[in-house]
Design a protein around this ligand. Structure first.
Ligand SMILES: NC(=O)c1ccc[n+]([C@@H]2O[C@H](COP(=O)([O-])OP(=O)(O)OC[C@H]3O[C@@H](n4cnc5c(N)ncnc54)[C@H](OP(=O)(O)O)[C@@H]3O)[C@@H](O)[C@H]2O)c1
Length: 160
């Protein structure tokens, strides 16, 4: 099974100049707790913006560049190849960025979305989803403190 994990600002903003748009340590913890022990699937640009292997996760990086190699990374050259690499019994997580979300959305059953209440200048966006085809199955407000100052909430959407 494929799921998406994403943090979106207002207007579905997710990134700019191959970086994130806000600092929200709570969301990084949330991301880790969801993905740890599982496979994470990402585009080459997102992998380069992370810049390292995240512990306890199998990494699949999509690239069309056959010369791309990174120790600890499995590369895939198409969506189909990723589907062949992952097992359907496990939950496997598509973690971005914009190009990859768009291509995988039709195959995803669940979306773990952090909604961040911030308006920012962005160059990368999460695709528009038809909310009538998705139901919210879990919802939790983010707790604000001195390190987490932007209002946010964690929702889980499941394909109807
Ligand atoms: N807010 C969030 O939750 C979140 C999460 C992740 C990323 N982001 C942000 O999103 C931005 C990056 O997104 P992006 O859309 O620019 O790039 P991306 O989706 O991370 O990566 C795009 C790259 O993936 C490869 N690719 C795409 N489709 C492919 C296919 N069908 N087969 C094989 N390879 C394929 C290509 O790599 P090659 O060029 O090597 O062929 C392409 O250049 C950054 O700003 C990042 O910070 C935000």
């Amino acid at each position: 099974m494929l799921s998406i994990v994403v943090a979106v600002g207002l207007n579905n903003a997710i990134g700019k100049e191959n970086g994130l748009l806000w600092r929200l340590p709570n969301d990084l913890k949330h991301f880790r707790s969801i993905t740890e022990g599982h496979t994470i699937i990402m585009g080459r640009k997102t992998f380069e913006s992370i810049g390292r292997i995240l512990p306890n996760r199998r990494h699949i990086v999509l690239t069309r560049n056959r010369d791309f190699h990174f120790e600890g990374v499995v590369t895939a050259s198409s969506v189909r190849e990723v589907q062949d690499l992952v097992s359907n019994e496990d939950e496997n997580f598509v973690i971005g960025g914009g190009e990859i979300y768009k291509q995988f959305l039709p195959f995803v059953r669940r979306i773990y979305m952090t909604e961040v209440e911030i308006e920012v200048d962005a160059d990368t966006f999460f695709p528009e989803i038809d909310r009538s085809k998705w139901k919210v199955i879990a919802e939790k407000p983010g707790v604000l403190d001195e390190k987490n100052t932007i209002p946010h909430r964690f929702i889980t959407l499941e394909c109807i």
